[in-house]
Design a binder for this molecule. Sequence first.
Ligand SMILES: *[C@@H]1O[C@H](CO)[C@@H](O)[C@H](O)[C@H]1NC(C)=O
Ligand SMILES: *[C@@H]1O[C@H](CO)[C@@H](O)[C@H](O)[C@H]1NC(C)=O
Ligand SMILES: *[C@@H]1O[C@H](CO)[C@@H](O)[C@H](O)[C@H]1NC(C)=O
Length: 183
Amino acid sequence: MLHRTEPWTRACAIILVAFVCMVSNSAKIMITKVDYVSNADYLTMQVRVNNETEGSTVDVDGNLFLDVSQGVSVAIDLDSKMDGEYMTMIGTTKELCSAEDTGMDPVVPLLNDELQKFGNLSFNCPFQKGYYRVRRFRMSDDHMLVKMVPPGEYIVKMDLQHQQPNATDKNPVFKLSFYFEIS
Ligand SMILES: *[C@@H]1O[C@H](CO)[C@@H](O)[C@H](O)[C@H]1NC(C)=O
Ligand SMILES: *[C@@H]1O[C@H](CO)[C@@H](O)[C@H](O)[C@H]1NC(C)=O
Ligand SMILES: *[C@@H]1O[C@H](CO)[C@@H](O)[C@H](O)[C@H]1NC(C)=O
C-alpha cells in the first residue's frame, strides 16, 4: 500500500495501523454533497459524484492555466458531526513544493498514492499547466484512512493556496468539501 520509503512515513504508518486495529472492520462511504470553488486565474474544475452500489465515486476534470512550482500549500480537515454540529477532528497543512517540509503527517502522501490509481491529478509539486482527469475515484473500504474513521457523518475539506514569490498574502486556488457518511 505504501510506496514511499521515507522513515517518517513508515513510522506514521505503523502508528496508524496500531490505531486502526482498535477500530471497526468494514466501512461504506456515501458522499451526499460536494461543494467547490476554484480561482479562475489558476484553473477551472468540475467535480461529480457518482452513486454506485458499493458506495460513492468521484470524477474530477481540471484545467490548470499556468505552471506552478513553488509556494503551494494544502490544508486538509476532517470534520465530524456531533450533536448536530460539525467539529474539526483532524487538520493538517502541508507545503507541497518545499523539500524542507519534514511534516510527520502521512495524509497527503497516502492520498497521492490513491489518486494516482484513478487519473493523473495529485498533490505532487511541480504542477504543470494542462488538463487533469480523475475517473471513479474511491477510497477502498479497507484503506487505513477509511478504517481510522468510525461510522458517522463527516466533511473532508481541502483548501489549496498559492503564495507568489515575495508576496505576503496567499491566493486561494481551490476549496473542495466532500460531505459523506460512513456506515
Ligand atoms: C446517493 O444516494 C444516497 C442514498 O440513496 C443519497 O442520500 C445521496 O444524496 C446520493 N448522492 C448523490 C450525490 O446523488
Ligand atoms: C491527464 O490525462 C488526460 C486523460 O488521459 C490527458 O488528456 C491529459 O493530457 C493528461 N494531463 C497531463 C498534464 O499529463
Ligand atoms: C524577492 O525579493 C528578493 C530580495 O528583496 C529579490 O532579490 C528577488 O528578486 C525578489 N523576487 C521576486 C520574484 O520578486
